[in-house]
Design a protein around this ligand. Structure first.
Ligand code: FES
Length: 121
């Protein structure tokens, strides 16, 4: 989890029970028609990343909405040139940006199951 700056606030995205047990979901926070961030859930593990591939400035990852993972839900995949990223760390382990990382976004879950992220506000 990354540190939260003073310019950020907690922003509720969804509830835990709205996410697939193994899968990903994107969120269009700025209402631009493009997801700004996505959450990956793999059983008890939850991560949130910006929808921005480190290989190419401005590139987004999925080929269609919410399609952030490979077929086995083992890696995050960028459709641009096939880069694969570890779900837990965001580290690129295969592809043209090997060694680079997705930008992780701080995330928390409250007692009601609401998931929030630290986001500029
Ligand atoms: S834009 Fe993501 S791998 Fe090239």
């Amino acid at each position: 989890m990354t540190a939260m700056s003073e310019l950020q606030r907690w922003f509720v995205l969804c509830r835990l029970d709205e996410l697939p047990i193994e899968g990903a979901r994107g969120f269009d926070l700025a209402q631009r028609g493009i997801d700004d961030v996505f959450i990956v859930r793999k059983h008890a593990m939850l991560r949130c990343y910006r929808n921005a591939c480190p290989h190419w400035p401005g590139a987004t990852l999925p080929w269609r909405r919410h399609a952030y993972l490979d077929g086995n839900a083992n890696y995050i995949v960028c459709h641009g040139h096939g880069a694969r990223f570890e779900i837990g760390s965001g580290l690129c382990v295969l592809g043209p940006c090997s060694g680079a990382r997705l930008e992780q976004v701080s995330l928390r879950i409250d007692d009601t199951g609401a998931i929030s992220i630290a986001w500029p506000g």
